[in-house]
Design a protein around this ligand. Structure first.
Ligand SMILES: N[C@H](CCC[C@H](N)C(=O)O)C(=O)O
Length: 293
């Protein structure tokens, strides 16, 4: 074990101070940055620095609030994983996004339209403080997940460490490989999650979901997230798991999803319809940090 962990590589340009808000959705935690009122163009190295739980702030993802680039949209929403990779979607982050822009008075609306790398989503702040998000329709065609397969079957074998998992590949704008397990507490999330994340049949890597069926309207879920490792909750992972369970005929909408960080409610009426996610969004503290360029 090396005596000192190398500090994430940063150039030696003079630092710039940025304001941020630390937030979480069921313990899936975020550094949220208003890039409308301060000039921020985050590099992968800066994202890794912010996400570092010892040398930076510490978070699973960094969420950037930007002006929209399309008409009829209120904001642009960029998402960086802890490893610095920029990704298409983040469900827990979407709830925190609308909480952030309302609290920062960046909008007077309670429901906003937000542009992401994978399309438009519509988070709405509910009267009870929870947030409902139209996450768009799921994608089950393997090539569009993307998942390399010569079959379009809903359940496909995935060879992992000498055994075949029966997975369903789903995109919620970001890729998910979902499987059913007997008990999420004993599922091999730590050992097989990283293998699935980097499986060669997922050319963009993948979020690995482990779902336990509780009853027709309830599941338990753990997700080893692409680019961040296991998180206490994964919003798009919960959507992907519910879509998988309903498509396999195992559960019925609406579904209560128990994650290690708390509960989400997910509803889906079937192919071609949007997945609706409802859950909390919490602001923990505001601060600022010197971000070397
Ligand atoms: N790790 C994910 C992004 C964050 C998703 C998750 N935090 C959520 O709430 O949906 C990916 O690389 O696709």
């Amino acid at each position: 074990m090396p005596r000192h962990r190398p500090i994430p590589h940063l150039s030696d340009n003079p630092p710039m101070k940025i304001r941020f808000t630390k937030m979480h959705g069921l313990g899936n935690d975020f550094v949220v940055i208003d890039a409308i009122n301060q000039p921020v163009e985050l590099t992968a190295a800066q994202a890794r620095f912010l996400a570092d739980r010892r040398f930076g702030v510490g978070c699973d993802q960094i969420l950037i609030v930007e002006r929209p680039t399309q008409p009829g949209v209120d904001f642009r929403y960029r998402i960086f994983n802890a490893d610095g990779s920029e990704v298409e979607q983040c469900g827990n982050g979407a709830r925190c996004f609308v909480r952030f822009v309302v609290d920062a008075h960046l909008t007077e609306k309670q429901e906003i339209r937000v542009e992401t790398k994978s399309g438009i989503i519509a988070p709405r702040l509910e009267g009870n403080g929870e947030v409902t998000v139209d996450m768009g329709a799921p994608i089950l065609e393997p090539a569009r997940v993307p998942f390399i397969s010569d079959s379009a079957e809903l359940i496909q074998p995935l060879a992992v460490d000498g055994r075949d998992y029966a997975i369903t590949a789903v995109s919620m704008g970001n890729p998910h490989a979902v499987q059913v397990v007997d008990n999420v507490d004993t599922a091999p999330v730590e050992t097989h999650g990283p293998i699935i994340e980097r499986h060669p049949r997922f050319p963009a890597r993948v979020n690995a979901g482990f779902m336990q069926i509780v009853d027709r309207h309830a599941i338990r879920l753990r997700v080893f997230e692409r680019g961040s490792g296991e998180t206490l909750a994964c919003g798009t992972g919960a959507c992907a798991a519910v879509v998988t369970g309903i498509a396999r005929g195992l559960i019925d909408s609406p579904v209560r999803v128990e994650t290690r960080g708390g509960y989400l409610s997910i509803a889906w009426q079937g192919p071609g319809t949007p997945v609706m996610m409802t859950g909390p969004a919490v602001a923990v503290f505001d601060s600022e940090i010197e971000l070397p360029k």
